[in-house]
Design a protein around this ligand. Structure first.
Ligand SMILES: Cc1cc2nc3c(=O)[nH]c(=O)nc-3n(C[C@H](O)[C@H](O)[C@H](O)COP(=O)(O)O)c2cc1C
Length: 684
C-alpha cells in the first residue's frame, strides 16, 4: 500500500471478524447531544455516522437504556435512559446501527452492571455513595453547597450516602451467576438491534469488575482475591458468559486500567492479558483514574501518551490479545509509527473524532498536518456544573450543530474579496474558513506576530495544547496561502481603497484593571510596578521576586502559575471561595487545581478583598474582616477584558458586509472565538 497511513488503515482480523481499520472510537459522545428525546437524537446519530464515515473500525455507544422504566434525565443527557419497554426504541436503535454499518464499522455497546443489591466485592466493603473526600475537600464542598443553597448557614441538600449503614456482603457464586445472566439479558436487547460487540467497563476502580481486578479494591481472601489470577476470575467468567450466549464472533472488549496508584501494576495487566486470551478479544487500556484518562495540558506531555506503554508491555510479553490504548492519541504520524512498530494493534480515540469532523478524510489523504489539534479542555463534557449545558468543542464549531449545518450554512460561492482585521484565534480561523469557501482573503495584524492572546501559550508549560493549536493555525494560513500583512494597522480608508467586499473585525479585547485604589494614576494608567495579565508574558524578569496577583479567576491563576514556574514567589488573592471558578469543571478543574496546589512558591488566599495598593504593597481584608498588607516587587492586576468595539465599529461602512467576531464583540474564550469565526465565514 502506498498510503501514508497504511498501518492505521490496515484491516485487523479477530477470529472471523474483520475490523476495517485500527481505530477504536471509544465511548465519548459529546455530552448533551442527546436531550430528553425518547430515541437517539438526530444530533447523536449524525455525530456517530460522521465517525463511521471517518474510518473508525469500532463505534462504541453507551448503554443509555433503563430496563425498568424512564426515571429521570440522569445528569442532563449523559445517561438519557431510553425506555426499553417502548418497542419503537428497538426500531430507532436498529436504524441507527444500520447507518453505522453502512460505512463498515462495527457497533459496540459499552456496558457494566452494579453488583446485586446488598452485595459487593468483599464482606464489609464500604457501600457506594459519595466518593471519599479529604477534610479540605469536604470543607470546600460544604462551603460551595451552602453558597448554592443561599448562605453560609443553609443545610446540606442531601443526607448520608445511600445504604451506608447496610453491611455489604461478598458476592458468592450465585450472585456472580446472577450478574452474568443479567448482563447477557441486557446485551441480548442490543444484539437484537444489530450491535456487533460489547465493551465492558472495568477501569478506574469505578465499576464492580474493575474492583475485582484491582488489589486496591479487592480485599477477598478466597479464590477471587489475592493473586492476579484469582482477581481475574470473575471478570473472565463474565466475558465467557457473553461469548457462550452470543458466540465466539461476538467480540468482547474490556476496558481496564493499565496501572493504578496503589493498585494494578503493568505486570498485573500483562498477566491479565494472557489469562483473558480466548475470552476477551480486545483490551482497551486506560489510565488509573478518570482524570488521568482524560489528559489535559496539566498532566500530559506532547507526543507521549501515557497508556502506550501498557500496550507495549502486553505485546512484548507475547500475549495474543488485541491492545487498544487510549488517552491523548491524535497525531497521525505518531499513531502510524506505534502500529507499524508493533507497539500496539489498535488505538482508542475519543476527542480526536470530536475536535476534527474530517479526521478520517485527512487520514485517507495522508494529511496529518491538517488535523485540528485537540486543546484538551474537556469542554466536550459540557461547559460546567452550573448554567445551561450544551455540546461544545473549543476548536470544532460544528459540534452540537452538525445535524443542522444544512440549514445554517449555504454552499460557498467564493469570489469575494474579504479583509480580516486581527490575527488572533478568531481572525485566523475566520480567514481559513473564508479561504476554504473560495474567497480571496487578506489578514491584517497590527503587531509583528500572529496569535493574539494565544501567544501567552508559548510561555507556560501546561498550555502546550493551546500553543499547538495556535501554531497549527499559523501553519495553515501559510499552507492555504492566505495573504497575511503583519505590522499593518488596517484603516477604514485602506479597506475602501483596496475595494474589499467584506470586512471582518477580529480585533480582540483589552485588559481592564480592577477598581482598586492605587492601581492607576490620575489619568487612569497603571502606576509603575503594576501589570495586566497579558503583558507579563515574556517579561517576567522585570517583575522581581515577589509578585502579588489580584484576581483569582482562571486568567489570574494561570498567570500566577506561569510566574511560579519561573521562580517568582507568588501570592494570589481572590474574593471568591474558589479559585479559577470560571474554569471548566468536568475533567479539567481537578487537574488544574492539583497543578497549582503542588506549587510551593504559589500562595492562594481566598475570600480576600483587595482594598488598596501602594508602591510595593497590597492590602486586603480577609473573610473575617481583618486587614493584611503584603510587600511585593510587582503586582499583576486582573480585572477582566473589554472588547475593542469602538475600533471595530470604525470599519462598519468600509465594505458592503461588516461583521464583528470573537472577543472584539463580546469577551469570551477560544471556543466562542472559533464559533463566531465559523458563523461569520459561513455567512459570506
Ligand atoms: C465527551 C466525552 C464523554 C465520555 N464519556 C465516557 C463514558 O460515558 N464512559 C467512559 O467510559 N468513558 C467516557 N469518555 C472517555 C473516553 O472514552 C476516552 O477514554 C477519553 O476521552 C480519553 O481519550 P481521548 O484522549 O482520545 O479523548 C468520554 C470522553 C469524552 C471526551
Amino acid at each position: 500500500m502506498g498510503k501514508k497511513y497504511s498501518h492505521i488503515m490496515a484491516p485487523l482480523k479477530i477470529g472471523n471478524v474483520i475490523l476495517k481499520s485500527r481505530f477504536l472510537s471509544a465511548n465519548a459522545l459529546p455530552h448533551f447531544l442527546q436531550g430528553p428525546e425518547l430515541y437517539p437524537s438526530d444530533a447523536v446519530v449524525d455525530y456517530l455516522i460522521n465517525i463511521a464515515k471517518n474510518g473508525a473500525a469500532i463505534i462504541t455507544i453507551g448503554d443509555w437504556t433503563n430496563l425498568k422504566q424512564r426515571e429521570g434525565f440522569g445528569d442532563g443527557c449523559h445517561f438519557p435512559m431510553w425506555d426499553t419497554r417502548d418497542p419503537a426504541l428497538e426500531n430507532a436503535l436498529t436504524l441507527m446501527v444500520d447507518q453505522l454499518h453502512f460505512f463498515g464499522s462495527k457497533v459496540s455497546i459499552a456496558t457494566h452492571l452494579p453488583a446485586p443489591e446488598g452485595y459487593g466485592v468483599y464482606d464489609g466493603e464500604p457501600a457506594g455513595g459519595m466518593p471519599m473526600l479529604s477534610p479540605a475537600e469536604m470543607e470546600e464542598m460544604m462551603e460551595e453547597m451552602a453558597e448554592m443553597m443561599g448562605g453560609d448557614g443553609a443545610p446540606m441538600p442531601f443526607g448520608p450516602p445511600p445504604g451506608s449503614s447496610e453491611p455489604i456482603k461478598a458476592m458468592g457464586l450465585p450472585q456472580m451467576q446472577e450478574y452474568c445472566d443479567t448482563l447477557v439479558k441486557k446485551l441480548k436487547y442490543y444484539v437484537n438491534c444489530g450491535y456487533d460487540m460489547c465493551s465492558i467497563h472495568a477501569s478506574y476502580g469505578a465499576t464492580l469488575l474493575s474492583k475485582f481486578l484491582s488489589p486496591k479494591y479487592n480485599k477477598r481472601t478466597d479464590e477471587f482475591g489475592g493473586s492476579m489470577e484469582n482477581r481475574a476470575k470473575f471478570p473472565i467468567m463474565v466475558a465467557r458468559a457473553v461469548k457462550k450466549a452470543f458466540g465466539q464472533d461476538f467480540l468482547v472488549e474490556m476496558q481496564v486500567s493499565g496501572e493504578e496508584e496503589g493498585g494494578i501494576t503493568v505486570e498485573d495487566i500483562v498477566e491479565f492479558a494472557k489469562l483473558a486470551e480466548g475470552s476477551i478479544d480486545i483490551l482497551q487500556l486506560r489510565a488509573g483514574d478518570g482524570d488521568l484518562a482524560h489528559p489535559t495540558g496539566f498532566n500530559s506531555k506532547p507526543h507521549d501518551p501515557l497508556t502506550l506503554r501498557f500496550a507495549e508491555a502486553i505485546k512484548k510479553s507475547g500475549a495474543k490479545i488485541v491492545t487498544a490504548p487510549i488517552g491523548g492519541f491524535q497525531d497521525l504520524d505518531d499513531i502510524e509509527s506505534y502500529i507499524a512498530e508493533g507497539r500496539t494493534d489498535m488505538i482508542g480515540v475519543g476527542r480526536a473524532f470530536i475536535c476534527d469532523s474530517r479526521y478520517g478524510e485527512k487520514i485517507a489523504q495522508g494529511r496529518g498536518d491538517d488535523v485540528v489539534p485537540c486543546v484538551r479542555c474537556n469542554r466536550c463534557h459540557g461547559l460546567g456544573m452550573q448554567g445551561p449545558w450544551k455540546s461544545v468543542c473549543t476548536v470544532n464549531p460544528e459540534v452540537g450543530i452538525q445535524h443542522r449545518l444544512h440549514a445554517l450554512v449555504q454552499p460557498g460561492t467564493g469570489g469575494k474579496k474579504v479583509a480580516v482585521i486581527g490575527g488572533g484565534p478568531a481572525g485566523m480561523r475566520a480567514a481559513l474558513y473564508l479561504k476554504e469557501r473560495g474567497h480571496s482573503v487578506t489578514l491584517f495584524e497590527k503587531t509583528g506576530k500572529l496569535g493574539g492572546q494565544l501567544i501567552h501559550a508559548d510561555y507556560s508549560s501546561f498550555k502546550w495544547p493551546l500553543r499547538d493549536y495556535k501554531d497549527y493555525l499559523i501553519a495553515q494560513l501559510e499552507k492555504c496561502r492566505v495573504e497575511v500583512r503583519l505590522n499593518t494597522a488596517a484603516t477604514p480608508e485602506m479597506i475602501q481603497e483596496e475595494g474589499f467586499d467584506a470586512v471582518i473585525a477580529a480585533m480582540g479585547a483589552v485588559p481592564k484593571l480592577p477598581p482598586v485604589p492605587g492601581l492607576t494614576d490620575d489619568s487612569g494608567k497603571a502606576v509603575e510596578g503594576v501589570y495586566d495579565p497579558i503583558e507579563v508574558y515574556g517579561r517576567e524578569q522585570e517583575l522581581g521576586k515577589k509578585v502579588v496577583v489580584i484576581g483569582g479567576g482562571e486568567i489570574g491563576m494561570e498567570t500566577a502559575m506561569y510566574l511560579a514556574e519561573n521562580g517568582h514567589e507568588v501570592t494570589i488573592l481572590s474574593r471568591q471561595r474558589k479559585f479559577a471558578a470560571d474554569a471548566d469543571r468536568v475533567h479539567y478543574y481537578s487537574m488544574f487545581a492539583d497543578a497549582w496546589s503542588k506549587m510551593d512558591n504559589l500562595t492562594p488566599v481566598k475570600r480576600a478583598t483587595t482594598t488598596a495598593v501602594a508602591p510595593g504593597q497590597v492590602t486586603y481584608t480577609d473573610k473575617n474582616g481583618e486587614s493584611h498588607t503584603i510587600t511585593c516587587d510587582s503586582i499583576v492586576a486582573c480585572g477582566g477584558m473589554a472588547p475593542a468595539q469602538e475600533e471595530a465599529l470604525a470599519f462598519a461602512d468600509a465594505a458592503d458586509t461588516f461583521l464583528i467576531i470573537g472577543d472584539n464583540e463580546t469577551t469570551g474564550n477560544v471556543m466562542t472565538a472559533t464559533r463566531s469565526a465559523f458563523a461569520a465565514a459561513m455567512r459570506i
